[in-house]
Design a protein around this ligand. Structure first.
Ligand code: SF4
Length: 348
C-alpha cells in the first residue's frame, strides 16, 4: 500500500515506450534507439486499447509516454488526447532534437500533458554532449527548459549517475534549479542497452551521494528523487532529514507501482529489468501487472534473498530489482549498490 495506491492492484506509473525511433543515438540509451520506427510498434488502435485498459486501474495510473523520441510518432497528440479523455495523467519524455521546438512544447502544454522531462548529464556543454555522444543536445535542452518554463509547462530534469557523471552532479543540481525544473530525478546506472559503455559508481560513492542528496532535497523549489536507487529512502530516514519531497513514493520500485510497456507491447517490471511478463497484444495490461508470477514475486518482499530479504527497510525500499538481476541473475537478490547491513543476517 502507498497512500491511496495499492500496488498489488494497479501501478502508480506506467512507462510506455511508444517508439524506439529517435534522431539521437546517445551512448547510454536504454532503448538502443534507432533512426526509424519499428514495424512491430503498437499502432494507434492498439495504443488506445492499452490506455483504456490502464484507465481501469483504481486509482488510475500516471502514464509517461517515452521512447526513443515520442515526437517521432505522428499520432502522439491523438494518444495524449485519448489518455486525457480517459482521465489519465500523461507526461512526455521528448528527446532534445530539432523536433523539440517552442511550437511542439506549446502543443504539449495545450494537449494537457502534466509535465515533460529533459535529460542533463553534465553541467557544461562539453561534458553533457561528450557523455551523450551527440553535439548540440546541451544547448537545445536548456532552450527547451526555458521555453517550457515560459509556457507554464512543468519539467523534470533526468540525470544519469555513473562514474563518468559523478563529479558533475553538484553543478547539474544548480543548473536544474536555475532553469526552473520542478523535479530532479537521478537515475543510478543499470547496465542495460547502451548503458554498458558507462561505468556504475561504487557502493561507497553511492552512499555518500545519497546522503548529499538527502540534504539537497530539503532545499525548497525542486523535488529531488531517484530511479533505481530506492535505498535513498533508507538514507533519508537515517539522516533524519525531511522526507525527500512529494512524489517519492515509499515502496515504489520495479514491478511494485511501476510497469513498463515496450514499443512492441511487451510488459516489463521497469525499463531496466529485461524480463518480460506478457504482451498487451495477447493479455490485458493490468491483468499482467496483477497476476503474472514475475510481478507477484517482485512484490513479495519476504521472498527476497540476501540482505534485502532480512532488511528492516525491505517494504519501503526493497532495492533495485533490475540491478540485483543484472548483477547476479537473481531477481530477488541483493542490490549491490547498497552498503546497508541489516540488523539480522541473511540465512546461510
Ligand atoms: S539492504 Fe536492500 S532493502 Fe535494505 S536498504 Fe539496502 S537495498 Fe534497501
Amino acid at each position: 500500500m502507498n497512500g491511496r495506491y495499492s500496488f498489488s492492484q494497479a501501478p502508480m506509473r506506467v512507462y510506455w515506450e511508444i517508439t524506439r525511433a529517435c534522431g539521437l543515438a546517445c551512448r547510454h540509451c536504454r532503448a538502443e534507439a534507432a533512426t526509424h520506427r519499428a514495424r512491430e510498434e503498437l499502432d494507434t488502435d492498439e495504443g488506445f486499447r492499452l490506455l483504456e485498459q490502464l484507465a481501469a486501474g483504481t486509482p488510475k495510473p500516471h502514464v509517461v509516454l517515452t521512447g526513443g523520441d515520442p515526437l517521432e510518432r505522428p499520432d502522439l497528440f491523438a494518444l495524449i488526447e485519448k489518455g486525457r479523455s480517459l482521465g489519465l495523467g500523461v507526461s512526455v519524455s521528448p528527446s532534445a532534437t530539432p523536433r523539440l521546438t517552442r511550437e511542439a512544447i506549446r502543443a504539449l502544454k495545450e494537449a494537457g500533458v502534466d509535465a515533460i522531462s529533459l535529460s542533463i548529464d553534465g553541467a557544461t556543454e562539453a561534458i553533457h554532449d561528450g557523455i551523450r555522444g551527440v553535439e548540440g543536445t546541451f544547448t537545445r535542452t536548456l532552450i527547451a527548459g526555458e521555453q517550457a518554463r515560459e509556457l507554464g509547462l512543468p519539467f523534470q530534469v533526468n540525470t544519469l549517475v555513473a562514474e563518468e557523471t559523478l563529479a558533475e552532479i553538484p553543478g547539474i543540481e544548480l543548473l536544474a534549479r536555475n532553469i526552473g525544473a520542478a523535479r530532479w530525478s537521478l537515475f543510478f546506472l543499470v547496465t542495460v542497452g547502451r548503458g554498458v559503455v558507462l561505468q556504475p559508481i561504487s557502493p561507497a560513492a553511492c552512499t555518500d551521494l545519497l546522503r548529499w542528496l538527502a540534504e539537497r532535497a530539503t532545499v525548497p523549489g525542486m523535488v529531488v528523487t531517484t530511479t533505481e536507487a530506492p535505498h535513498f529512502r533508507r538514507v533519508v530516514a537515517e539522516s533524519r532529514l525531511a522526507a525527500p519531497g512529494r512524489g517519492h513514493a515509499a515502496g515504489i520500485r520495479d514491478g511494485n507501482g511501476i510497469m513498463f510497456v515496450s514499443h512492441d507491447g511487451e510488459v516489463f517490471p521497469s525499463g531496466f529489468l529485461p524480463v518480460a511478463a506478457g504482451n498487451v497484444r495477447q493479455r490485458d495490461a493490468l491483468e499482467i501487472y496483477r497476476e503474472a508470477p514475475l510481478f507477484l514475486s517482485l512484490r513479495d518482499v519476504d521472498s527476497f534473498n540476501g540482505r534485502c530479504g532480512v532488511c528492516e527497510m525491505r517494504s519501503a525500499c526493497g532495492g533495485s530489482r533490475a540491478r540485483a538481476y543484472l548483477a547476479s541473475g537473481d531477481l530477488l537478490g541483493d542490490d549491490p549498490l547498497c552498503t546497508h547491513q541489516p540488523a539480522s543476517s541473511p540465512p546461510g
